[in-house]
Design a protein around this ligand. Structure first.
Ligand code: SAH
Length: 393
């Protein structure tokens, strides 16, 4: 067994680990002198008792991410074993799609690693100093190649995350095979994927099951606000004669239009490039009415401190949408801000319905798709809220 550097942690950290949470904050680290970025370390309490093996970051406030509560001989082997377990989990649970998240970081006991599958192209992202290690990434790529025999694996890098982790800038690029573009199908709807373009790893895979749920209730004239590449809009177009998508990013809209063309037989969808806040205000003032409205804004609260401002933003949007919904109209309203908890989101919606003088019933309270598992002891793994409601009078 290799000897590894030791990080001592205080009793608060011990209690956190015992409660099933893999993170230890820097303020709970007692000593970590001279330990290099991304090291694999042994975690011990102040009396020297072994608690587990963790990834260390010299930059993040999350100093340690626990990998195992037992000693590890070969880290690459353990990581590959966890990748196989993650793949197996999706094979059992994920249906009606060839695009889904294969590895979801802490939720798959692989802290700092994301892998998404888009048909025959995989996208990998390392979020921490430890998972950015070249050998570790090579081992993961080899395991993924064996599991999926993909035509390409692309590594993507989010500059903001790399900066926070004090990692050097990295250009997105192929790390295996040749292919960086493909077509994937979820719930029978086809989408283009360009692994070297777009937001996140290409699509918002966490909404996949919500697309189907929204389409099951959608009817009449539908509006998809913050539509990105048309996830909700394209699903709704299968059941709604009129669909409009609103989005501020032109490249996203161009791809939405190309996605629509991949699905023959759908009614024409109107794509509007606009600031959703301004457009909803104008539409509401003009007395426009809809039968179905989807609201899927970007995260408004990036920290708990931003909560009140975020809730005001959500309320403004939801109020406008509720005012524009006809009797029997469906609201599909989402929040991907972890810091806005479900209860707070539902309270905001209640206040918006009061102000809109509408009586609203909740049909479904939903979350992220099953390929983004929620681990009970790690609240941060549960972030997406999607409420489907009907205007009853
Ligand atoms: N519903 C989409 C995901 C939406 S993500 C899907 O399922 O794929 C949020 C989107 O809102 C992003 O595409 C972002 O470009 C867009 N956006 C951010 N601010 C906006 C604004 N003020 N008006 C319109 N769109 C905005």
């Amino acid at each position: 067994m290799q000897t590894r550097p030791v990080v001592a942690v205080n009793t608060r950290a011990v209690a956190r680990l015992r409660a099933g949470h893999p993170w230890i904050y820097r303020s709970d680290v007692v000593s970590a002198e001279g330990i290099g970025p991304g090291s694999l370390v042994e975690v011990k309490n102040e009396r020297g008792r072994f608690l587990g093996v963790a990834f260390y970051s010299t930059a993040s406030e999350i100093a340690l991410r626990l990998l195992s509560s037992e000693k590890i001989d070969n880290v690459a082997e353990l990581v590959c074993q966890r990748v196989r377990a993650a793949v197996e989990y999706r094979r059992k649970l994920v249906r009606d799609t060839d695009a889904y998240r294969v590895v979801f970081s802490e939720a798959d006991e692989l802290p700092g690693l994301i892998v998404d599958r888009y048909n025959d192209v995989l996208v990998l992202e390392a979020l921490t100093q430890a998972t950015d290690d070249r050998e570790l990434k090579q081992a993961v790529v080899a395991e993924l190649a064996e599991q999926f025999a993909p035509a390409g694996i692309v590594e993507r890098a989010e500059p903001r995350i790399r900066q926070l982790e004090q990692l050097p800038a990295l250009k997105d690029g192929l790390v295996y095979g040749e292919k960086t573009e493909t077509v994937f199908t979820m719930n029978g709807v086809r989408f283009h994927h360009r692994a070297l373009a777009g937001q996140k790893t290409g699509a918002f895979l966490d909404q996949r099951e919500n697309y189907a749920a929204a389409a099951a209730c959608a009817h009449g004239e539908a509006l998809d606000v913050f539509c990105y590449q048309g996830g909700f809009a394209l699903h709704m177009a299968r059941v709604c004669p009129h669909v409009t998508g609103i989005e501020s990013s032109r490249p996203a809209l161009e791809q939405a239009e190309q996605n629509a063309a991949l699905n023959p037989g759908l009614p024409e969808i109107e794509w509007i490039e606009a600031n959703a806040f301004d457009l909803l205000k104008d539409y509401a003032a003009a007395g426009r009415k809809y039968d179905t409205i989807v609201l899927d804004p970007p995260a408004f609260a990036r920290s708990r401190r931003a909560l009140q401002t975020a809730l005001r933003g959500y309320k403004e949007l939801n109020l406008r949408a509720l005012k524009m919904l006809r009797l029997g109209g469906i609201l599909v309203t989402c929040s991907c801000s972890y810091h806005v908890r479900e209860e707070e989101f539902v309270e905001m919606l209640a206040a918006a319905s009061c102000d809109a003088h509408k009586s609203v019933r909740i049909l479904e309270k939903r979350g992220q798709s099953k390929d983004h598992p929620i681990v009970l002891t790690i609240p941060e793994t549960c972030y997406l809220k999607c409420v489907i409601a009907v205007v009853s009078h």
